[in-house]
Design a binder for this molecule. Structure first.
Ligand code: CA
Length: 294
């Protein structure tokens, strides 16, 4: 009684009393190992689910069909029925498994699809922007405002949220990406793992570490003009896994209010003894051109 099951779930599970909240995606997972005996009601029931905006995942378990050597035609009919129950696009919402134990194999795939639905606002969106950004993972107060590292933004490419008295700036994924280095774009670099700023006679420089970028890590130095990000310099780590850029500190040595040096930590740097002894890189800031040199 597949139609009855779906209809009962629609009427009873998605109520406020059962924890439904306005604006939250409704997801139904339909697991069945045989054709419905009330197929004449399916069209009506599915239409009502559509009206209630319930997203449906259909799972056809073929165990019973396989054990009883049912004909290909029968299996095909069963699969078509479960596909017709599943939401569009069917490719993302329909699974078939050979037997009941094989259900375990699809748990991860199903989980990630539902997880994506929960967190993203658009329909069928499977990529994250700021939903899991962890803004505030690192924080720093500069002369112009508060920098908040958001390592989880853009699927863990990361970004740095800037709060100033003019408002909030959330740089896009592309703002910190090197267009000549696009093949590394999909790597979770963790921009925003550490945040710092440097004061120069020509204005503030913002600095953030992405210790996982290209596995060797890097530090991005940029300027902010309104909402426009201009990357002025990129400092690159040299050893895989060293976590270069996970710790940053600017220092005004002579206390004239302008930054003199930037310290970049690579705490997992492997030394000659094959031990993680760590390393600190010291960059001197050229006050005139605002460039950092080793
Ligand atoms: Ca100084």
């Amino acid at each position: 009684m597949t139609a009855l099951g779906i209809d009962t779930a629609r009427k009873e599970a998605f109520t406020v009393e059962r924890g439904a909240r306005p604006g939250v995606k409704k997801v139904m997972i339909i697991v069945t190992d045989g054709e419905s005996h009330d197929f004449y009601n399916l069209d009506k029931v599915i239409k009502e689910c559509e009206e209630d905006d319930i997203e449906r995942f259909g799972i056809a378990v073929l165990g019973d069909y396989n054990r009883n050597n049912r004909s290909i035609k029968e299996v095909k009919k069963f699969i078509e029925e479960i596909q017709s129950i599943s939401s569009d696009p069917v490719g993302d919402h329909f699974f078939n498994v050979s037997d009941e134990f094989a259900l375990l194999n699809i748990v991860d795939a199903l989980g990630s699809r539902i997880f994506a639905l929960e967190a993203t606002s658009g329909n069928y969106t499977s990529s994250f922007e700021m939903e899991m950004s962890q803004a505030g993972f690192s924080a720093h107060t500069s002369k112009e405002g508060v920098m908040l590292g958001a390592v989880g933004a853009y699927e863990w490419n990361g970004t740095v949220v800037m709060h100033t008295n003019q408002g909030t700036v959330v740089p896009l994924n592309a703002d910190f990406q090197d267009p000549l280095d696009e093949r590394k774009e999909s790597l979770a670099g963790y921009v925003g793992y550490a945040v710092q700023s440097a004061s120069t006679p020509n204005g503030e420089l913002y600095i953030t570490g992405a210790p996982r970028y290209n596995h060797t890590g890097r530090v991005i130095v940029y300027k902010l003009d309104g909402e426009i990000i201009t990357v002025t310099q990129v400092l690159k780590g040299e050893q895989i896994g060293s976590y270069f850029g996970s710790v940053l500190q600017t220092v005004d040595v002579d206390q004239d209010s302008y930054t003199d040096i930037l310290l970049v930590g690579a705490p997992m740097f492997m030394g000659p003894e094959r031990e993680e002894q760590g390393q600190v890189y010291v960059y001197k800031l050229n006050e005139v051109c605002g460039v950092l040199c080793v």
